[in-house]
Design a protein around this ligand. Structure first.
Ligand code: ZN
Length: 285
């Protein structure tokens, strides 16, 4: 099953197009895309038995699929090659920060660059499907509603500002959390634990890995995070980025106005993000 935010309303994405969930269910489910996760099991059951007409899909109407999560967890150094390119050892517990939810945006977003030090990070994003407290790793997947594509855009100067690194702030400028284009249930994927993940800038490939290289897999993250925090339906987990980010290149490369970032994950699709000069910088220059 694929669910999306179509022009602000919850929708099923089917091969023939899209289905408005609130109308097709005669009001049984809300039109609010965020509310779907509160009744995820019922939705999955209803969608499996749904028969009817789909409307043609206009991709420009796709908006942020999970618009208002209560919590957004993000994991650093979760691919060994990325930890190594940053000169860090592989961690024993997943290094965790938040992307404050106001930074989230959807497919085809244009994001203003606050500086010349903004980097790309393609990530698999897990959407939590049920309240999770101290979940065993072996049960981790059953707490995940679905997966989507994310970019953990990162302003590296703010992120590293002394005396204490400020990951959460450096990664929470407006638009720094694009996700989409939809949420795909794990059963739709060829192998939920081994998906090709890649990122290109203006057609040039920068990152290319597989989610089987995650140090902490999705179920391991559900286990570790839920050992401390209560995870709620509709929460997001950005699972970390593979190697190939800009700061670790020789010479370093950062995003520039006019750049197009294309993030892809096997079985989910692609997410495009466009970078622009900040209106403030333009006004002062
Ligand atoms: Zn990241």
């Amino acid at each position: 099953m694929r669910v999306a935010n179509y022009a602000g309303r919850a929708a099923l994405i089917v091969p023939e197009g899209y289905v408005d969930i609130e109308r097709a269910s005669d009001g049984r489910f809300s039109s609010n895309p965020q509310a779907l996760y509160e009744r995820w099991d019922q939705l999955v059951e209803w969608a499996a038995s749904w028969t009817g007409e789909a409307a043609p899909l206009d991709p420009s109407q796709l908006q942020i699929p999970v618009p208002r999560p209560t919590q957004v967890f993000a994991i650093g150094l979760n691919y060994a090659a990325h930890a190594a390119e940053g000169g860090q050892p592989s961690p024993e517990f997943p290094p965790t920060f938040t992307k404050f939810p106001t930074c989230l945006t959807g497919p085809d977003a244009t994001v203003e660059l606050p500086s010349d030090d903004v980097d790309w990070e393609v990530e698999l994003v897990a959407v939590i499907g049920r309240r999770a407290v101290r979940v065993a790793e072996s049960d981790g997947w059953s707490y995940v509603a679905g997966l989507t594509i994310g970019q953990d855009l990162s302003e590296r100067v703010v992120q590293r500002r002394p005396p204490v690194p400020q990951f959460s702030l450096g990664k929470s400028f407006p638009g720094f959390g694009p996700i989409g284009p939809w949420v795909v249930t794990p059963d739709e994927l060829p192998d939920r634990d081994d998906l090709a993940i890649a990122c290109s800038i203006n057609g040039e490939e920068m990152q290319n890995s597989r989610t089987s290289d995650l140090i902490f897999s999705v179920p391991a993250l559900v286990n570790r995070l839920s050992s401390i925090c209560t995870l709620l339906p509709g929460d997001l987990v950005f699972t970390g980025t593979p190697s190939g980010v800009g700061f670790a290149r020789t010479p370093p490369r950062f995003l520039a106005p006019g750049d197009e970032v294309r993030s892809t994950i096997e079985g989910i699709g692609e997410l495009r993000t466009y970078l622009a000069a900040s209106a403030e910088t333009e006004a002062s220059s």
